[in-house]
Design a protein around this ligand. Structure first.
Ligand code: SF4
Length: 319
């Protein structure tokens, strides 16, 4: 494995409070919300961090989210910040985002959308949830937020929704990022299974073609990510090495540190362990292919990724 000397990104779950009831995740059932990551804890993050994904639970349910973003910007002025939200608390999200945009105008927000209409509501178990999400997106756009994307999490139950969600994302002029349900003792749920991988692979083939037909390099990178997802579904292995525990980490609301969000091996706590020290050690974790573990690898293997993108862009063009 290549040596890495920088931590590229962390996923920071700032709370496990959640107003959704997703079928593929049991975080919403967690009752203990004591000692959540504090503003002071932000100062324990490495200063050269390039990217931080504020996750949850539902991050907007944190009363001090605006102060938290301010503390992150003060401590990590150059870091990209993305908030992952289920999009259900429209008024709250709008109110806080307006404040956050004054502090970090280019902050990104990813809103989960797993199907259209009842398709989404069935996955998230929130009646009327789809309409609320459209409302949230409309509010945020009106408020001037333009770094908005849709996050589609694919499982057996909604593979058929991928094309429809992609179409809605295009119509809303938003990019769609992709995840496939994983099983984890630590995050999501331990008993998610994928029984119809062939159907998923067909849908991913379609998605790869769509992304490659664009003229945006970022979309070609999304095509590569989907290509990596196909490979992972077929073989259970990654296309590129995993730098989890070195270039990327996951931190839960109590400050517990894991190599990534599907790893259940506790590496330490932010109060007593420096992430930089953990980078020097080797950690055991199962293979996964998620954007937070793929992105650092894609950056470290640019030549390989770019040559795949160019070759497949040309193939896609001449077909
Ligand atoms: S997937 Fe996200 S929105 Fe759904 S229950 Fe889990 S934390 Fe909440």
């Amino acid at each position: 494995m290549k040596i890495t000397n920088k931590i590229d990104e962390i996923v920071l779950a700032v709370t496990y409070r959640c107003n959704s009831r997703c079928r593929m995740c049991n975080i919403w059932q967690i009752k203990n919300h004591e000692n959540e990551f504090s503003l002071e804890d932000i100062k324990k993050l490495p200063r050269n961090l390039k990217s931080i994904n504020i996750s949850g639970g539902e991050p907007f349910l944190r009363k001090d989210l605006v102060d938290m973003i301010k503390a992150i910007v003060d401590h990590l002025p150059k870091a990209n910040i993305i908030i992952s939200s289920n999009g259900f608390a429209s008024d709250l999200i709008l109110e806080k985002t307006k404040e956050i945009m004054k502090i970090k105008p280019n902050i990104g927000i990813a809103i989960s959308l797993d199907g259209i209409g009842e398709g989404h509501n069935d996955v998230r178990n929130i009646p009327g949830g789809f309409e609320r999400i459209l409302e949230t997106i409309a509010y945020l756009k009106k408020a001037g937020m333009n770094n908005l994307r849709i996050g589609f999490t694919m499982g057996d139950y909604n593979t058929h929704e991928l094309k429809r969600v992609y179409d809605v994302a295009n119509r809303l002029d938003m990019e769609m990022s992709l995840a496939v349900t994983h099983s984890s003792d630590n995050f999501f749920k331990a008993d998610n299974s994928l029984d119809n991988k062939a159907k998923m692979i067909d849908e991913l083939d379609w998605l790869i073609k769509q992304e490659l037909s664009s003229w945006k390099i970022k979309r070609w990178a999304r095509a590569y990510f989907a290509h990596g997802m196909k490979h992972y579904l077929k073989t259970g292995q990654r296309l590129l090495p995993d730098y989890s525990g070195k270039a990327n980490f996951f931190i839960d609301p109590q400050g517990n540190i894991f190599a990534n969000d599907v790893s259940s091996e506790l590496l330490g706590n932010i109060n007593s362990t420096k992430l930089e020290d953990l980078m020097q050690k080797n950690h055991e974790f199962k293979d996964s292919w998620m954007i937070c573990t793929a992105r650092p690898a894609i950056k470290k293997h640019k030549t390989k990724v770019i040559s795949w993108m160019l070759k497949n862009k040309i193939n896609n063009f001449v077909k």
